[in-house]
Design a protein around this ligand. Structure first.
Ligand code: SAT
Ligand code: MN
Length: 609
C-alpha cells in the first residue's frame, strides 16, 4: 500500500483510473504513470492485473469491434489483420538516443554510414518527442502493463512497465512476457525499464483506419534512451516495434545493462540436446530474424536416441556463475514466430504449441476457422475449402499472390510447447557449452565448422552475414552483414561490444566453444545441398570441418558432401577482402586488437588456400 502524493494527483487531473488502484503501485511507478498520462492525455487509465478475466474482457471487446476474429477450429485462438502498411520492424526509424554519438555508433571510416546502431541526439529526440507524444492518446485508454523479463524474482530477470494505447499489444505482451501484479511487490522502490508506446492516432481520427488497426506509418519512431532505461515507440502496433519487452528492452536496452553488469543479452535461441548416452548439452545459437531459430530450437532429431528440448527461441540473457559456467535464461514467456513455412513437416512442436491461446497476425483463414499460410498446402484436407488471404480477399491454392504476409506471425505461450525444457523457467538458467552462429549463405560457406577459440569465435560472429528476410523493411534478397545476428538490435558501440565479449574470457570463466553453421548452401542448380529441419543434428567429430564419414548421414539419400563442405578458394579470397573492408569501414578505430589479429591470421590462412 502506497500513499498517493499530491503531485501525482495534480498531474492526473481529471483522467479517471478505469481499473486497478494507484495505491498498489510503487511511488516511482505512480509518478511515471501520472507524468506520461499528463503528456499523452488518454481518456482513462487501465492498470492491468494479468488475470484470465482481464484477457477475456479485452478479447470480447476486440471481437465485437472486428479487430480480432476467433479461429473457431481451435481453443482460444485468434486472427488479427493489421493495416497492410504496418507489417514488420522499421529499422530506418529505430534510434538510440545518447548524448555522445560514439556511445551508440563506432568511429567508422570516412564516408561509411554505420549499419549498426542508429544514433539520434537528445536534442533532436526532444523535438521528435514534442511533435508526436503530447495528446497522442486522446480518446483512447492508456493501459499500464507490469511485466517481468525472465522468471519473476530470478536474479537474472528484469522488470519493465509498458504504457500503451493498443489492446493488441496488451494481449500480445501477456503471451510474450510475464504480466503479473506480483511485479509491484518484487519491484518495490527499485528502478524499472520505462516503455512508452502509442499507436499515434489520437481521437477524433482524421484518417481512415484500415482493418480496425490504428497506426501512423508516416510518423513511426522507435527511440531508446539507454542511460535512462527508457523506450519511446510511436506509430506502429506491430511486433518488434510495439511489444517493447522484446527487441527494444531484452536486446537494445538489456545489452547496455549487460555491458555495465558483466553479462550478455543476445539474439539467440537456447536448446538442450541429449545424446543417446543420456548426457545433455545446452547450446545457444544466433541467427538473424526469420532464419529458422524457432525451428532449430524445437528440432525433432531423426537420429535414434537423440533428444532436443527448447528453452527459448529468440533471446538469451547469459551470465557466468560462481562455478565459472555460462548460465542462460530465456527472458520471454512466448514465441513470436514466423508463420509461413511452419508446418507439421518443418516444425511439429511449434504447431503443437499454437493449437490454443495464441494470436495469429496477418495469416490467411479458411472457412473452417483454421489458420492458413504458405507451407500448409499439403495439410489442407478439403481442397475446395474457401480461403481468405491476409488482406481479407478471397484466395485459392495456386493464386499468384501469397495467402499470408511473409512476415506473418504466431504468438504462442512457451509453456504449451510439447518439448519445452523442464528447466526453462529455472531462476539460475541453464549452463551453455556451445555457441553457434549462422545465417542464410547460398554460396561458399560450409555446413559447419568449429572456430579455433574464443577470439576467433568472436571474430567469426562479428563477420556474420545473411540474406535479408521479410522481418524488416528490406526488399529483395541480398547477403548483408549481420554481426552476431545483432545488427538491428545493437544497443551500443559495436567495438565496445566486441571488447565486452573479449573481456569475459578470464578466470574462473569457462567460455563456451563457438561454431558456425550454414544449412542454406545451394548447388549451382539452385537447390539446397542440405535437407535440413530434423536432419540438422549430426554427430560432428572433433576438428574444424568434419571430414567425410565423421557425420552420420544415414537415411539422408544423396548428399553432395564435397560440395557441401568445400571452401572454394576464389570465393573465400573475395570474401576475405570484403570482410576486411567491412571491419575497417564499420568498426573503424573501435576494432579491438584481438579481433584485428584474428582477421590477419584468417587472411593468411585463406591466402594459402
Ligand atoms: O518483429 S520482431 O522483432 O519481434 C521479430 C524479429 O524480427 O525477429
Ligand atoms: Mn528475433
Amino acid at each position: 500500500f502506497y500513499v498517493i502524493n499530491e503531485v501525482v494527483t495534480r498531474r492526473l487531473g481529471h483522467i479517471p483510473i478505469l481499473k486497478g488502484d494507484l495505491h498498489d503501485l510503487p511511488y516511482k511507478v505512480q509518478r511515471f504513470v501520472a507524468e506520461k498520462a499528463e503528456l499523452m492525455r488518454p481518456r482513462g487509465i487501465f492498470i492491468c492485473d494479468g488475470s484470465q478475466h482481464e484477457a477475456e474482457q479485452i478479447i470480447s471487446k476486440l471481437i465485437e469491434r472486428g479487430m480480432l476474429t476467433p479461429l473457431a477450429a481451435y481453443e482460444n485462438n485468434y486472427l488479427c489483420r493489421t493495416d497492410p502498411k504496418d507489417v514488420a520492424r522499421v529499422e530506418s526509424k529505430t534510434w538510440m538516443v545518447t548524448p555522445d554519438k560514439y556511445q551508440t555508433v563506432t568511429h567508422t571510416a570516412p564516408g561509411a554510414e554505420p549499419i549498426m546502431g542508429h544514433w539520434m541526439s537528445p536534442f533532436e529526440f526532444g523535438g521528435e518527442l514534442d511533435s508526436r507524444f503530447p495528446g497522442c492518446m486522446a480518446g483512447r485508454i492508456m493501459y499500464v502493463i507490469p511485466f517481468s523479463m525472465g522468471p519473476l524474482g530470478s536474479p537474472l530477470s528484469k522488470i519493465g512497465i509498458q504504457l500503451t494505447d493498443s489492446n493488441y499489444v496488451v494481449l500480445s505482451m501477456r503471451i510474450m512476457t510475464r504480466v503479473n501484479p506480483d511485479v509491484w511487490e518484487v519491484l518495490g522502490n527499485n528502478d524499472f525499464v520505462r516503455c512508452i508506446h502509442s499507436v499515434g492516432l489520437p481521437r477524433p481520427v482524421k484518417q481512415r483506419v484500415i482493418n480496425h488497426w490504428p497506426c501512423n506509418p508516416e510518423r513511426v519512431l522507435i527511440a531508446h534512451r539507454p542511460s535512462e532505461r527508457e523506450i519511446w515507440s510511436f506509430g506502429s502496433g506491430y511486433g518488434g516495434n510495439s511489444l517493447l519487452g522484446k527487441k527494444c528492452f531484452a536486446l537494445r536496452i538489456a545489452s547496455n545493462i549487460a555491458h555495465d553488469e558483466g553479462w550478455l543479452a543476445e539474439h539467440m535461441l537456447i536448446m538442450g540436446v541429449t545424446r543417446p548416452n543420456g548426457k545433455e548439452h545446452f547450446i545457444a545459437a544466433a541467427f538473424p530474424s526469420a532464419c529458422g531459430k524457432t525451428n532449430l530450437a524445437m528440432l525433432e532429431p531423426t537420429l535414434p536416441g537423440w533428444k532436443v528440448r527448447c528453452v527459448g527461441d529468440d533471446i538469451a540473457w547469459m551470465k557466468f556463475g560462481e562455478d565459472g559456467r555460462l548460465y542462460a535464461i530465456n527472458p520471454e514467456a512466448g514465441f513470436f514466430g514466423v508463420a509461413p513455412g511452419t508446418s507439421n513437416k518443418t516444425n511439429p512442436m511449434a504447431v503443437g504449441t499454437f493449437q490454443k491461446n495464441s494470436i495469429f497476425t496477418n495469416v490467411a483463414e479458411t472457412s473452417e476457422g483454421r489458420y492458413y499460410w504458405e507451407g500448409l498446402e499439403d495439410e489442407i484436407k478439403d481442397k475446395n475449402v474457401e480461403i481468405t488471404d491476409w488482406l481479407g480477399n478471397p484466395w485459392k491454392l495456386g493464386d499468384a499472390t501469397p495467402a499470408a504476409h511473409p512476415n506473418s506471425r504466431f504468438a504462442a505461450p512457451a509453456k504449451q510447447c510439447p518439448i519445452i525444457h523442464p528447466d526453462w523457467e529455472s531462476p539460475e538458467g541453464v549452463p551453455i557449452e556451445a555457441i553457434i552462429f549462422g545465417g542464410r549463405r547460398p554460396d561458399g560457406v560450409p555446413l559447419v565448422f568449429e572456430t579455433f577459440g574464443w577470439h576467433h569465435g568472436i571474430f567469426t560472429g562479428a563477420c556474420l552475414k545473411s540474406e535479408t528476410t521479410a522481418a524488416a523493411e528490406h526488399k529483395g534478397k541480398n547477403v548483408m552483414h549481420d554481426p552476431m545476428a545483432m545488427r538491428p538490435f545493437m544497443g551500443y558501440n559495436f567495438g565496445k561490444y566486441l571488447d565486452h565479449w573479449i573481456s569475459l574470457e578470464k578466470a574462473p570463466h569457462k567460455v563456451p566453444k563457438i561454431y558456425h553453421v550454414n544449412w542454406f548452401r545451394k548447388s549451382k542448380e539452385g537447390k539446397f545441398l542440405w535437407p535440413g529441419f530434423g536432419d540438422n543434428i549430426r554427430d560432428t567429430a572433433v576438428g574444424v570441418i568434419p571430414s567425410q564419414g565423421s557425420i552420420n548421414l544415414d537415411g539422408l539419400g544423396d548428399i553432395n558432401w564435397d560440395e557441401l563442405m568445400s571452401l572454394p578458394a576464389d570465393y573465400w579470397k573475395q570474401d576475405a577482402k570484403e570482410v576486411r573492408k567491412f571491419l575497417e569501414d564499420q568498426v573503424g578505430s573501435d576494432l579491438p586488437n584481438e579481433i584485428r589479429e584474428e582477421l590477419e591470421s584468417q587472411e593468411k590462412r585463406i591466402e594459402a588456400l
